[in-house]
Ligand binder design. Sequence first.
Ligand code: 13P
Ligand code: SF4
Length: 303
Amino acid sequence: MSQAEIIEKIQKLKKEKNAVILAHCYQRVEIDLVADMVGDSLGLSRKAAETDADIILFAGVSFMAETAKILSPDKKVLIPRPEAGCFMADMITPEDLRKFKSEHPGVPVVCYVNSSAEIKAESDICCTSANAVKVTASLGAKEVLFIPDKGLGGYVNSQLPDVNVISFSGFCPTHMRIIPDDIDSMRNKYPGAPVLVHPECRIEVIEKADYVGSTTGIINYAQQSSAKQFIIVTEVGVVDRLNRDYPDKEFILISDKAVCQNMKWNTLEDILISLEKDMYEVELDSDLSKRALLSIQKMLDVK
Ligand code: 13P
Ligand code: SF4
């Protein structure tokens, strides 16, 4: 089947089944051709919470589909390739979290959305890369536990001098591969090009940034800036979309190692099969889902 035929079938099925496709901007770029929304974790969560579709097909990794199910428990949520996990989310277990909490009794827990439903259920509030600083500040606490990402936790700590942010030891292998020398050599090669960095990077890389933000934040910054060249310090999917959408500007990927294999599982064929067969459906214990919703809802309520 040609790509055009696959796309046509997907569009037809979406209408017949009243389905929406939500895609993260690290997905293969051709998936945008069938997506109703492409965005960062915060935007996609908001969309999952408000859609009136009967089916949400999530083109992303499993914690994202799980988050959509928590926000819309009465809807059918599909993930075409359930093996698409997140290495960072897998770095903390509920036992690890209980131990971390027992070492810091009474200290509130902020959990990055890149985490399982069990972890969300045992945290005080959830956050994404787009709102981590605001969410953490909203607690009004002097000390906060941040899980699982030490990169984002370190960034939040640097932005809130009055809060001691104690981070768990998790990290994103894709972003950790980028080192400060990569930034220095790119700056030498492209002098004057702003360096736009995702806060999952190591703090030494973040410190060299001109702008730090979520994937959508990086895209918006690049769109609005008058610069003509940009150094993009996040996953390759963001660069693919920027080069497609702004052909009069140049976007340079920091390193060819900046690829998340898990985000590349889904193909258009997988999406077609998923919609045809209603698979794979995200199933969550309803009590767990309700407890996890509390921390996500608290995040969405932060203005
Ligand atoms: P955002 O798109 O929310 O910035 O998150 C990036 C990410 O790593 C998703 O796993
Ligand atoms: Fe997880 Fe990193 Fe991949 Fe995002 S880029 S899904 S944090 S492994």
